[in-house]
Design a protein around this ligand. Structure first.
Ligand SMILES: [Zn+2]
Length: 145
């Protein structure tokens, strides 16, 4: 273990924050908090997430970059040493990450395709169902009748 001793990734919040940093161009603390809530049903304290980002930045693993999403909040991206750091963490948690993410993925109620960030929700009967697109929703409803 040659990690800096004070930077430990010992829970899903931190791990998932790293997953987001790895998978996106620019990630804001706000985005991380929202995604945690949406994907994992976790409400994390903003302080906790921002402190973690600050630590990553102090250790040179992420750098600030401007974002289009929000002028007020800063975006972060991994530095080359941050990429190496996350790769090392991920190799340790590989299966865990997969399980955590897969189990929270919705699937299209019509065609069964996995739904990531963008999907289409529509009320069918008294339930709100998720579809990959409007066409699938339409096909699904036609099959119901
Ligand atoms: Zn579909």
């Amino acid at each position: 273990m040659d990690e800096k001793s004070d930077l430990k990734v010992q829970n899903l919040t931190k791990l998932y924050a790293l997953v987001m940093l790895k998978s996106k161009e620019a990630v804001t603390g706000y985005y991380i908090l929202n995604k945690l809530k949406k994907d994992l049903g976790k409400t994390s304290s903003p302080t906790y997430v921002y402190d973690f980002l600050k630590k990553l930045k102090n250790d040179g693993y992420i750098e600030e970059i401007p974002t289009e999403e929000s002028k007020r909040s800063k975006g972060y991206k991994l530095t080359p040493s941050g990429v190496a750091f996350t790769d090392k963490i991920f190799s340790r948690f590989d299966n865990l990450i997969e399980v955590a993410i897969q189990s929270k993925l919705e699937i299209c109620a019509s065609c069964g395709v996995k739904l990531y960030d963008n999907y289409y929700s529509e009320k069918v009967g008294n339930k709100t169902l998720n579809f990959c697109c409007k066409h699938c929703a339409k096909a699904f409803k036609e099959n119901q009748n």
